[in-house]
Design a protein around this ligand. Structure first.
Ligand code: CU
Length: 920
């Protein structure tokens, strides 16, 4: 006994030593059969079921099957010497297990699963669940595929590869097999902004001819150069991804044949509730069905928290026809180190907005093509500008991923509440407490977006709930199937400690003292060669921490409140000069743009913003060309929305960078056919504050657009900035005027001849056309401008402003307000306490009631009339006004007490002017 046991061990050891392919571990208690021993399974068109209690070993490639249902186990024979190919119209794992290698014992031979059904009527159905044609479906079972592990699924170039090169040097040694396909990413621009037809991307495939450590020889010379170096301080190293794997799940050839009715209708993998799927080193090729809802290369469908333990790792999803990986109603999934290449529509895709606690780490998505030709072709409208990573809930960890040659790299497309898909009669009450736009960011760190058509990181344009009412329970909208109507809408991301906390009246609690805001920190982001922006954020309490941005048309813009750029490096033009941006709409390179507010930048280095850019400005068919200087700091053009006068830049460094450019505030054109320069009041009163003097050299100065209304003797023109620098004597407040009638009439005309104007004493005036409500033809009712306030600690700048409406209409209900924002550190600019302006506004004939309104308390305080403008100027009550004919003069003043109780929107004073008692 003893000797034979020893012999057995010795034989086993010898076998293990001489073979890389260990025996197949068989689940205990099952009957083991070899596929080759089952003649009924070896007939063309067989409909095979592997029953419960049976373990089948796939030891040969069967003829093409009609179907395969796995209720027991199917194990690909790891001792097979030949490649194993399993072809079937569809495969259903139903309570069973499909195994091609395990995590401990990967499959090291060659295996292929080919999905073949080309009958459009084929619709695999089980228990009411339809899974379409060509499915590999998992219902209550396990799929386990673990291919041969290699050094890495992707890496980067260590040095620039020139066009025509036949070898590349990688950042690390690889063991990629000879003959393997790889992709080398573009480090150019992509798309029309750089004069490149998006049909001709610059990421390119290559075939490995030989590998020697970190050096890879290629079968053919490269068609493009690929940057592989730091470019002016920004890491612009092309990624190199491995596309081939020894386990392949793919469609039949018809999916690739434009002449076939099944063209772009590939196979798909769908994992349902109660199932597990573990994919490691697997290649998914030509999968997904174009324009078909629910048919994706890999699709975790309503698995919920059972996503834990499932994963997609080190795999490739390539040449696919409908997205890459869809995470639908699934949480806690691990998605790591995958390579996606040449795909259609949004690629890595979180579907409903209910998906949380998933980890997407180290994935590379390259060439995400738009579905553009017709609305019917797209699954959702935004598939015409697809993102590499489409994130509908912030409670997912997004780390170290790379997005190349998509329209958008990383798109936080947050719905107000989740949008349920295919939920049938499920009880969705659990979804009612999910508010993606208020959910804290789980993690966004070390991601890279380059060579995308528009934005690198885009936090805005969330899913619009036009298919279900925002406030209703998700149970009332759960079974719609009209994704094509899923538009997106302007979206603020406003993370809160408790996203679903409600107040006593049942509304979401927005009071920061009861439901504190939570910082959303986007850390260590790298974005280069994106056609529009490196980063666009919209919302509140955002930080872009230590980004490295280069060669984007615009580095970063925050359409936000309380949102800040901290540290980092923004480069206008890096040493990577493979392509330059040249689109017509480009307005000159800008590093950081001010918009809205309160926003600002601290501790950032701006590099290589020199030179100029031509810009064509149209009015109808008339065209003029403006020359715009590239600059580190600018302001968003073409915006009607105002900016805070306390938007700031501090502690920044300029290295070969023109610090500022402001455009001339042109008058609008009012040509509906070409409204580029139409009424956009925002930049006409652009101002930013320089608390530490790191821009102007003089702490407390403001940089001011070339608008006479905003400058005085405290200002001097800096012609190379096309802007004024105004010394700390000038304090800039924001004045707003709105018509608050239920059916408001215009305060300005919708043409050039009748703007609302504000004059300063008898001097300069500014023109405003207002914030559009709905296009050019709807009268505007909200107007905003910066103006110079009288500082509380100085008697200078004691101006009287006078508002003239652009039409004869006189509103019976107006609000006139003044606002300042806090500076970093929480203080206000010196002189804000006790500051004031006097503003005269037109009112209707007859009696007028005036109320001072403290924003937070909503307490109406009736004001009292005084007998002269001088008396008003001397008033200290903060509640007085003076009427002269049909003009009411207000003294908009802010005391230290007002500043002390200022909240997230700064310190404000608002007056309401009404021709009815108590404005009723
Ligand atoms: Cu699904």
């Amino acid at each position: 006994m003893k000797s034979s046991l020893s012999l057995g061990i010795a034989v086993a050891l010898a076998l293990a030593a001489c073979s890389q392919r260990p025996a197949n571990p068989v689940p205990p208690g099952t009957q083991v059969v070899k596929w080759s021993e089952k003649p009924e399974w070896n007939q063309v068109g067989a409909q095979v079921t592997i029953p419960q209690g049976t373990t089948a070993i796939l030891d040969q490639s069967p003829p093409a099957l009609r179907s395969l249902t796995i209720e027991g186990n199917l194990i690909f024979d790891r001792t097979a010497k030949e490649k194993l190919v399993l072809q079937s119209d569809w495969i259903m794992v139903h309570g069973g297990r499909l195994e091609v290698g395990t995590a401990d014992q990967p499959f090291t031979g060659q295996a292929e699963i080919v999905l073949t059904s080309n009958n459009p009527q084929d619709n695999l159905e089980h228990m009411g669940m339809k899974m379409g044609a060509k499915a590999l479906a998992v219902m209550g079972g396990v799929v386990e595929m673990n291919g041969r592990p290699l050094s890495s699924s992707w890496t980067r170039l260590a040095s620039t590869a020139t066009k025509g090169a036949t070898a590349i040097t990688l950042a690390q040694p690889v063991d990629w097999p000879v003959g393997a396909e790889i992709v080398i990413t573009s480090t150019d621009h992509y798309g029309w902004a750089a004069g490149i037809n998006p049909a001709n991307p610059r990421s390119e495939k290559a075939i490995v001819k030989a590998v020697n450590g970190s050096s890879v020889e290629l079968e053919r010379p490269l068609g493009f150069a690929h940057w592989g170096a730091e470019a002016s301080g920004v890491p612009e190293y092309a990624e190199v991804g491995l596309l081939s794997r020894n386990i392949v799940v793919r469609s039949d050839e018809k999916a690739k044949d434009p002449a076939s009715a099944s063209y772009q209708k590939g196979g798909h993998v769908m994992i349902m509730a109660g199932s597990q799927a573990r994919f490691n080193w697997v290649e998914f090729r030509n999968m997904g069905q174009k324009s078909t809802f629910g048919r994706y290369p890999v699709h975790f469908h309503q698995v919920s928290d059972q996503g834990e333990g499932s994963y997609l790792k080190n795999s490739s999803i390539r040449e696919s026809f409908n997205r890459c990986l869809v995470i639908h109603g699934t949480n806690k999934l691990l998605v790591e180190n995958n390579v996606a290449f040449d795909t259609l529509g949004h690629c890595f895709f979180l579907e409903e907005g209910s998906e949380t606690k998933n980890t997407l780490r180290g994935n590379l998505a390259v060439l995400v093509r738009p579905l553009k030709s017709s609305p019917e072709e797209r699954l959702i409208p935004s598939d015409n500008e697809p993102s590499a990573f489409w994130i509908t809930n912030p409670d997912n960890t997004i780390v170290g991923n790379v997005a190349v040659e998509a329209a958008v790299g990383f798109w936080y497309a947050l719905p107000y509440r989740p949008i349920p898909f295919g939920r049938g009669t499920q009880d969705l009450t659990w979804m009612d407490s999910i508010y993606p736009r208020r959910t804290p960011l789980a993690g966004f760190e070390g991601n890279v977006a380059h060579s995308n058509m528009s934005n690198g990181l885009f936090v805005d344009s969330g899913l619009k709930s036009n298919l279900c009412a925002n406030t209703a329970s998700r149970n009332t909208c759960k079974d719609h199937n009209a994704p094509a109507q899923l538009d997106d809408e302007t979206t603020g991301f406003d993370p809160r400690q408790n996203p679903s906390l409600t107040n006593s009246s049942g509304n979401l609690e927005n009071d920061p003292s009861k439901n504190p805001r939570v910082w959303a920190e986007f850390k260590d982001f790298v974005a280069y060669k994106n056609g529009v922006r490196g980063v666009w954020l919209r919302g509140t309490y955002h930080k872009l921490v230590n980004p490295k941005l280069a060669d984007n048309a615009i580095g970063a813009t925050f359409a936000s409140n309380l949102s800040y750029l901290e540290g980092g490096l923004i480069v206008g033009e890096s040493t990577n000069n493979l392509t330059k941006i040249s689109g017509l709409w480009i307005t000159g390179l800008v590093g950081f743009e001010h918009y809205d507010g309160h926003v600002g930048a601290s501790g950032t280095v701006f590099r290589n913003f020199s030179g100029t850019h031509p810009r064509e400005v149209y009015c109808g068919s008339a065209k003029t060309t403006i020359t715009t200087r590239n600059a580190a700091i600018g302001t968003l053009r073409w915006t009607s929305f105002g900016l805070s006068g306390q938007n700031f830049i501090q502690n920044v460094t300029f290295d070969n960078a023109n610090p500022v450019n402001y455009d001339d505030p042109l008058e609008p054109c009012f040509d509906p056919a070409n409204d580029r320069e139409d009424p956009h009041d925002g930049y006409r009163s652009a101002v930013f504050y320089d608390p530490m003097g790191s821009v102007t050299g003089s702490a407390g100065s403001s940089v001011v657009v070339k608008n006479d209304f905003l400058v005085n003797a405290n200002c001097s023109l800096n012609s190379s900035w096309n802007a004024y620098i105004c010394n700390p004597g000038n304090l800039y407040a924001t004045l707003s005027i709105s018509n608050e009638q239920a059916s408001p009439v215009a305060l300005a005309g919708t043409d050039l001849s009748s703007p609302l104007t504000i004059t300063r004493d008898a001097g300069p005036q500014t023109k405003l056309w207002g914030t559009p409500r709905d296009g050019l033809n709807v009268p505007n009712t909200y107007f905003e401008s910066r103006l110079i306030a009288k500082r509380g600690d100085s008697s200078a700048n004691d101006y009287t402003y006078r508002v003239h409406f652009g039409t004869l209409n006189r509103s019976a209900k107006l609000r006139v307000g003044l606002n300042y924002r806090r500076l970093p550190g929480g203080s206000f600019p010196a002189g804000t306490a006790g500051s004031w302006v006097i503003v005269g506004v037109p009112v209707p004939s007859g009696p007028v009631w005036v109320y001072r309104n403290y924003y937070f308390s909503e307490q109406y305080n009736k004001s009292t009339p005084l007998s002269s403008l001088d008396a008003l100027r001397a008033d200290t009550s903060g509640k007085a006004f003076y009427r002269e004919g049909d003009v009411v003069y207000l003294k908009l003043s802010l005391s230290q007490q007002d500043l002390d109780k200022a909240g997230d929107y700064g310190a404000s004073v608002n007056y309401h002017l009404c021709s009815t008692l108590e404005c009723k």
